[in-house]
Design a binder for this molecule. Sequence first.
Ligand SMILES: *Cc1c(COP(=O)(O)O)cnc(C)c1O
Length: 374
Amino acid sequence: MTERIYLSSPHMSEEGYEMEYVKQAFESNWIAPLGENVNQFEKELAEKVGSKAALALSSGTAAIHLALKALGVGEGDIVFCQSLTFAATANPIIYQHATPVFIDSDPETWNMSPDALEKAFEKYPNAKAVIIVHLYGLSADIDRILEICQKYNVPLIEDAAESLGSYYKGKHTGTFGEFGTFSFNGNKIITTSGGGMLVSDDAEKIEKARFWATQSREPARHYEHKELGYNYRMSNVLAGIGRGQLKVLDQRVAKKKYIFEFYKRELGGLEGLEFMPVNEWNEPNYWLSAIQLTGDIRPIDLIEALEKENIESRPVWKPMHLQPFYEKYDYIHLGTDVAAELFENGVCLPSDTKMTDEDLHRVCETIKELWAKR
Ligand SMILES: *Cc1c(COP(=O)(O)O)cnc(C)c1O
């Protein structure tokens, strides 16, 4: 059997940077709690993205949760949330007993449609927060969305879980809103096996989030708690992996871009196959190379043909407004349901940075054969 090609699997540095930092944690016995790796990882990531403050957490989901809490989102509040995303974007709205209203995507960005957002504000002028996502490393239409948020005086959270290394007009995604959130889950562009980061230019709010993430433990000798707390901090061992991974982030972005361009070159001529949109104001990290199939070959045909060759691919995210758990909430769109279409026609091609040119040819040949057999 040929070796399996993965969608996106962990890729530690060839230099062994991660092991060095993990070793330092062992040698200093700062396995827990916290320690130098956590402090430095926060500092290094904040510098990388150009944000004033950062908080390392146990997951990207925890980062979104604390962002909502820091903005005072609570029971009965309405939060506008991009529908086309992973459930982790929306779940923290429910953790806070708030009400999500889902917003459709723009076909030009695949992310939140500014016009649909404007329409949502007309219906719910008292909404408390907006969460946008930069899917697959593509950035949302940030300027237009910020303009609308400012008009209604509502804070913006950017779920940048998939867009570490992506820039919008030269500035890093996740640094435009009140808060940005990143994830270091196993298949993200860099990983700590599991983890997340909350960033903001408001250092005070980050300190408050740090307090909540540490069980809201008051500074007293005994255990004193005046507020509800969470156990959300990142381990010092895992932060060591993160520091090592951050050193190779630029290399990973370059390889992801190479993969996307390889596919474009090899598959660009196939009828009914279109690539995700890269706008001129966007420098994506190309986390996953996603495509749309608009002809008679359906996503399931492609996914199954690849699976037969031991190649992993995946549908595009199923929108939240189509999820059984979330379908009772309101959904704002402009007539056509763009998110549903992107889901129905979407496939994420293998985007593993460990792939060789030979592997990439194997993927492309399998796809071309499917077209030839039509
Ligand atoms: C991965 C991901 C998250 C959550 O990350 P975890 O670290 O797994 O909690 C949130 N939003 C999006 C869009 C993601 O892809």
